[in-house]
Design a protein around this ligand. Structure first.
Ligand SMILES: *[C@@H]1O[C@H](CO)[C@@H](O)[C@H](O)[C@H]1NC(C)=O
Ligand SMILES: *[C@@H]1O[C@H](CO)[C@@H](O)[C@H](O)[C@H]1NC(C)=O
Ligand SMILES: *[C@@H]1O[C@H](CO)[C@@H](O)[C@H](O)[C@H]1NC(C)=O
Ligand SMILES: *[C@@H]1O[C@H](CO)[C@@H](O)[C@H](O)[C@H]1NC(C)=O
Ligand SMILES: *[C@@H]1O[C@H](CO)[C@@H](O)[C@H](O)[C@H]1NC(C)=O
Length: 457
């Protein structure tokens, strides 16, 4: 009897890691693998609450007998603040790995001889679990929920220090100069590497984490394709592009906000390729003056728009946005959270005003919709660089002397993009190239099989 691969999947407990690792788990299950998915007790409660509050949501694992969810505490109490990244990372790191050996033993005791846990897949900050894996003789891999380019920057962090590009203490650039991680990659600004925003006390642990993942992660899986980021993928033979991993179940979603499905009926009523879709993802926070310009810019455009304005930013006491005086929004629909893939694949959508997080960037590429890039932090600037200057399927906005993207700039760039046939054609070309990767016999699809085969060895 052949062995059934059994994965223990361990995301760092934030939405941006839990969702993609759950999706990856579903893909593994579709390939006949068993998955034990480790959530924190806190995240699990939120996922269950979101599922219960919506008829469109259901919990992933309920419908899939191959995926079982288990939980461990994250070291904080119910009411503790989880929004301070450094404290939160520290708490998770010092709590969860220590409890793993017992958890693994319990899980394995419930399994037959042929389906004990054979591989642990983690996201960044959970390298401690790979140390446990190594001690127990279990294989280890890492899944990066961002671009191969940001994965490459993590893998290169020691080299950046050795080459005198970034400061070993702080991770901040020593010189004000753009660099290339490899000759085939776009220029990058070392001041915008993901770790620079989190401060000095974050960099040391992050450097250590990178070393752990490099030495113990056999594969660094990434939701991308060779064509999209050839230079970044050439940096290490461990890098394995397996994307775009598309959840095949229509309803599959574990987002913490409820998706507003009514926008699909609204889109049905709009002319083909007319709607400006605006969403800045789950994290970005816009300051009030910029929010005002955006609102008035959408009015000025005089086109239908679908705008995602999150109900509140839970990190702040008063996170709700206030719409500016004089804002009409007559042609638009404003919603709290969108079923983004369905929206982007709707024939009424003309363009995507996006923060360019990797998830959204891939969603846009996969649907062949041109971009207007509005990056907020870290890798979003790199993603914008690819969209605008490498793949050439979008435009960026210029800020004025006060650092604001004005309503006139918004109107001008949106009009320019919508009128650009070449960008539209290229968007469709990239869509095809990317989707071919996940078709049977495609490169990403083969990589995934190769990865699963490896765990059986
Ligand atoms: C990615 O986008 C989907 C919407 O298509 C959303 O449900 C999910 O939470 C996003 N993931 C992250 C990491 O933000
Ligand atoms: C998706 O949601 C709809 C509406 O709640 C439901 O009728 C349908 O059965 C769900 N589909 C799947 C595959 O779960
Ligand atoms: C937050 O909202 C409350 C109630 O609307 C208001 O009284 C308070 O002044 C607001 N605080 C800030 C910092 O805006
Ligand atoms: C991979 O990218 C696709 C396309 O945007 C996205 O829908 C999916 O959530 C991503 N999956 C993971 C595991 O990051
Ligand atoms: C994976 O293993 C199967 C069965 O042994 C084999 O047929 C297939 O060619 C392998 N696929 C890859 C991509 O290595």
């Amino acid at each position: 009897m052949s062995k059934i691969p059994h994965f223990l999947v361990i995301p760092f407990p934030v939405l941006g890691h839990v969702n993609p690792l759950m999706q990856f788990s579903e893909v593994l299950a579709k390939h006949g693998c068993k998955v034990t998915f480790l959530n924190t007790e806190f995240s699990q409660k939120r996922v269950m609450a979101a599922a219960a509050s919506s008829s469109h949501h259901h919990q992933h694992s309920k419908n899939n007998s191959l995926i079982k969810t288990v939980t461990l505490p994250d070291g904080l109490s119910e009411d503790d603040d989880r929004s301070k990244p450094i404290e939160f990372i520290q708490s998770v790191k010092s709590t969860m790995p220590g409890k793993l050996p017992k958890l693994i033993e319990d899980v394995n005791n419930g399994e037959g001889q042929d389906s004990k846990i054979s591989c642990i897949v983690v996201s960044m900050n959970m390298g401690g679990a790979l140390e446990v894996a190594q001690k127990l003789g279990i294989k280890g891999a890492v899944l990066f929920p961002a671009s191969a380019t940001s994965m490459a920057s993590v893998a290169c962090v020691q080299r950046l220090i050795d080459d005198g590009i970034i400061d070993p203490e702080t991770g901040l650039p020593i010189k004000n100069e753009e660099i290339q991680l490899s000759p085939d990659m776009p220029l990058m600004d070392p001041a915008k590497f993901a770790w620079t925003t989190l401060g000095k006390s974050f960099f040391g642990p992050m450097l250590q984490e990178a070393q752990t993942l490099i030495s113990l992660g056999q594969w660094w899986l990434c939701n991308t394709t060779y064509e999209l980021e050839p230079g970044a993928l050439s940096i290490s033979p461990k890098f394995l592009p397996i994307g775009p991993l598309l959840p095949d179940e229509q309803n599959s979603s574990s987002s913490f906000w409820q998706e507003d499905q009514t926008c699909l009926d609204w889109l049905d009523q709009q002319p083909p390729r007319s709607v400006i879709y605006v969403s800045f993802g789950s994290l970005a926070v816009m300051d009030p003056s910029q929010f005002k310009e955006l609102a008035l810019g959408l009015d000025l455009l005089d086109r239908p728009f679908l705008w995602v304005v999150r109900p509140s930013n839970t990190n702040k006491p008063n996170g709700s946005y206030v719409f500016p005086e004089g804002f009409k929004g007559e042609k638009g629909k404003i919603i709290n959270w969108a079923p983004q893939k369905k929206v982007l694949n709707h024939p009424s959508v003309a363009c995507f005003v996006s923060h360019c997080g990797w998830n959204s960037t891939m969603d846009g590429v996969c649907s062949g919709v041109p971009f207007l890039c509005w990056p907020f932090f870290s890798d979003q600037f790199e993603d914008k660089e690819y969209v605008c200057n490498v793949w050439k399927i979008g435009l960026g906005f210029e800020k004025d002397e006060n650092g604001v993207i004005t309503r006139e700039e918004i109107k001008e760039k949106v009009e320019k993009l919508i009128g650009d046939e070449e960008i539209r054609e290229r968007s469709l070309k990239w869509k095809k190239m990317v989707m071919d990767n996940v078709a049977e016999g495609g490169r990403s699809s083969d990589n995934l099989k190769k990865f699963i085969n490896w765990t059986k060895e």
